[in-house]
Design a protein. Structure first.
Length: 209
C-alpha cells in the first residue's frame, strides 16, 4: 500500500477517529475492548503480560479494565512512551537475552508468580513477500505460546494474534492440544480485508508437550 493510500485509509477509518477522540494510542484498542466485552479477559487478571505492546493501546486498555492493584508487563522491539502502572522492556522477543530480561522483570515484582493473562499482538515487519511474512508471523505466535506454557497460570487466558495462511492450521491444532478451550475471534475493528484473527485459549494443559 502506498503512503498516500495509507494516509487516506487512516483518515476515513472511524476507529482511528474514535481512538483519537477517546485518548487511545491506536485503533487496536477497540479490538481488545471488544474481546474483553465478550470474553471477560480482565475479570480475574492480577498479572497481565502484553507482548508486542507498542505504541501502548493494549496496555491502556489493560490499565483501564484491570483492578488498580493489578500489574501489567509489556514488551516490544519498538520504543513505547511510559504508561503509569506498566513495566516496559524494550527488545526483540526472539532474542534470548531480551526474553531473560523480561522474565527477570516478572520475577522481580512477583517472586516468580504465574500470570493470569498473556496477550500477544505481535506481528513482524511486513516485507511484502507473503510466504516470508506469514512464516515470521507464525514463528512469533509459537514463541508467544511457549511463553504462555512457562508463565501462564493454569486457569489463565492466552490471547494471540495470528494470520490465516501457511502454518495456521498446525498452530491451531497445537493450541487445542495445549488448552482445554480455544475460540477464534475477529473483532469488528479488524479490517475486513485483513487475514488476522485472535485466538482466545483457556485452561492450560500442563501435561501438553
Amino acid at each position: 500500500m502506498s503512503k498516500k493510500n495509507w494516509v487516506h485509509r487512516q483518515r476515513q477509518d472511524p476507529y482511528v477517529k474514535q481512538a483519537q477522540e477517546q485518548g487511545w494510542r491506536a485503533r487496536s484498542a477497540f479490538k481488545l475492548l471488544e474481546l474483553d466485552d465478550t470474553e471477560k479477559l480482565f475479570d480475574n487478571a492480577k498479572r497481565v503480560v502484553d507482548l508486542g505492546a507498542a505504541p501502548g493501546a493494549w496496555c491502556q486498555v489493560a490499565r483501564a479494565r484491570c483492578r488498580s492493584q493489578s500489574q501489567v508487563y509489556a514488551l516490544d522491539v519498538l520504543e513505547m512512551a511510559p504508561i503509569e502502572g506498566v513495566v516496559f522492556v524494550q527488545g526483540d522477543f526472539r532474542e534470548p537475552e531480551v526474553l531473560t530480561a523480561f522474565e527477570d522483570a516478572l520475577r522481580g515484582s512477583g517472586a516468580g508468580e504465574k500470570v493470569d493473562l498473556v496477550l500477544s499482538d505481535m506481528a513482524p515487519n511486513i516485507s511484502g513477500i507473503g510466504p516470508s511474512d506469514q512464516a515470521k508471523s507464525m514463528d512469533l505466535a509459537e514463541l508467544a505460546l511457549a511463553f504462555a506454557h512457562d508463565w501462564l497460570h493454569t486457569q489463565g487466558v492466552f490471547v494471540v494474534k495470528v494470520f490465516q495462511g501457511a502454518g495456521f492450521d498446525a498452530f491451531l491444532t497445537e493450541l487445542r492440544r495445549s488448552f482445554q478451550s480455544v475460540k477464534s475471534k475477529k473483532p469488528k475493528a479488524s479490517r475486513a480485508e485483513s487475514r488476522e484473527m485472535y485466538l482466545v485459549a483457556r485452561g492450560l494443559n500442563t501435561t501438553a508437550s
